[in-house]
Design a protein around this ligand. Structure first.
Ligand SMILES: NC(=O)c1ccc[n+]([C@@H]2O[C@H](COP(=O)([O-])OP(=O)(O)OC[C@H]3O[C@@H](n4cnc5c(N)ncnc54)[C@H](O)[C@@H]3O)[C@@H](O)[C@H]2O)c1
Length: 409
């Protein structure tokens, strides 16, 4: 199996490692960031003639691989994915599909027209935790679902890293939070409820990470002798310089060279060293939405950037029982109304060896299997993923326009 990877950043590296473990050969990679490209080429032994500065160059030549993984920033998904489909490649595309609704629809249409495998990286569908939840629901253990409450608890430091200082801080460079991050959550809602969404109403705003909340005397960069070093939980050196060796996410994102000296330099004038109250961010820091499904059931969704935990919590209310589930703890509690019995299901964590609760590796394996003609589920086909994207576009429209928005498929 020959693969091309467009975008050699954090996600590109995850898929490259897993793909090679599964025996796929990465024959070409594209990235305008030369430093990223060369480090990636060295790490994964990519031949020199397989290095491209842009995705346009890759698709300008005749098809030379089986499939393409697109792991570029949100606003660079549509171009390479459409070009790859047009050229006849099967495609695995990072989420969100695109920040533009019509582009999401166009890509699905193109993959149908060309009869190609087109999957989106909704990795959670492949995590054993969500698989178990789905199994419990399909067994009828709680009867018909009446309401599902899903909360995306984003830890305060994660929110500051990604949505205030980092690459998702601004709608113009990324996409609205409910799409950028929570298309995963909306995908899980449709996956578990197995119903299409009819309409949505949503509220939310950017309340905290604004200049007017900046503590007195806080400089633009934390390292410029911020007087609030000891009292601010967002003080950048405390978040990014704790590790000396074995540097992990998110500290390994702030500079390509992860040595202490380079990370220190990166904080002096780089985006991750900025005061969280003085960034060019416009992402909401909390948002809620109520979705009405086609059978009249409802899903309520909350996303909050002020949590101590970094996890998703779910409650599902059915006609015969209810479920409380905690993703990080890998725990699912089922209550049966008739017998009063309570069962705690714990997911075996020992087999989980990639992020997103083991979803990364299993999604990639399913994609590679389907491309090579082996039995596969294609659980995250782009047409399935389109539903969560339409829910996100509608929720954002509702939040901005202050009204209920209907969804058309
Ligand atoms: N499935 C998930 O759970 C998950 C998790 C994190 C991120 N993501 C998504 O993955 C995508 C990539 O995120 P990341 O964290 O790897 O970002 P990143 O910044 O680490 O990597 C993106 C890479 O794309 C490169 N790039 C930019 N423009 C390009 C172009 N025109 N052609 C080729 N390469 C180009 C950048 O130089 C960079 O190396 C984003 O869309 C993000 O939303 C998905």
């Amino acid at each position: 199996m020959k693969l091309i990877i467009i975008g050699t950043g954090s996600r590109g590296r995850v898929y490259a490692r897993l793909a090679q473990e599964y025996g796929a050969k990465i024959v070409a990679v594209a990235d305008p960031n030369e430093e990223h490209l060369l480090i990636f080429a060295d790490k994964f032994n990519i031949p020199k003639n397989g290095l491209y500065k842009s995705w346009e160059e890759v698709f300008a030549v005749e098809k030379f691989a089986d499939a393409v993984i697109v792991s570029t920033p949100d606003r660079v998904h549509y171009g390479p994915a459409m070009a790859a489909l047009e050229k006849g490649y099967h495609v695995l595309l990072e989420k969100p599909m695109s920040p533009v609704e019509q582009e999401c629809r166009n890509m699905v249409e193109k993959s149908r027209e060309k009869d190609l495998i087109f999957m989106v990286c909704h990795v959670l569908r492949y995590a054993p935790f969500y698989e178990k939840l789905k199994e419990i629901i399909e067994e009828g253990r709680i009867g018909q679902i009446i309401n599902l409450q899903h909360t995306e608890n984003v830890a305060y430091w994660h929110f500051a890293h990604s949505f205030v200082r980092g690459i998702f801080r601004n709608e113009a460079v990324s996409s609205p939070w409910i799409l950028a991050k929570s298309c995963h959550d909306l995908d899980i809602i449709t996956y578990l409820m197995d119903k299409k969404c009819k309409s949505v109403i949503s509220k939310g705003n950017l309340m905290h990470f604004k200049k007017e909340n900046s503590p007195e005397g806080a400089p633009e960069y934390c390292l410029d002798k911020c007087p609030h070093e000891k009292t601010c939980q967002y003080f950048a050196p405390a978040l990014y310089l704790k590790q000396i060796t074995n540097v992990t996410w998110p500290s390994d994102v702030i500079s390509v060279d992860t040595s202490f000296a380079s990370r220190f330099e990166a904080l002096k004038k780089g985006p991750y060293g900025r005061c969280v109250y003085r960034c060019d961010n416009d992402m909401v820091d909390h948002q809620s939405a109520i979705f009405e499904m086609e059978d009249g059931s409802t899903a309520t969704f909350n996303m909050i950037g002020f949590s101590s935990e970094n996890t998703r919590t779910i409650r599902i209310y059915g006609t015969k029982g209810d479920i409380r589930a905690h993703q990080e703890k890998n725990e699912i509690e089922i209550h049966d109304f008739l017998t009063g019995r309570k069962e705690l299901v714990e997911i075996d964590k020992s087999a989980i060896r990639s992020s997103h609760g083991g979803g990364d590796e299993r999604l990639l394996k399913d994609f590679l299997d389907s491309v090579s003609g082996k039995p596969s589920e294609k659980r995250t086909s782009a047409s399935n993923s389109l539903q969560s994207h339409l829910m996100a576009f509608a929720a954002e429209k509702s939040r901005k326009e202050g009204r209920t928005v209907e969804i058309y498929y």
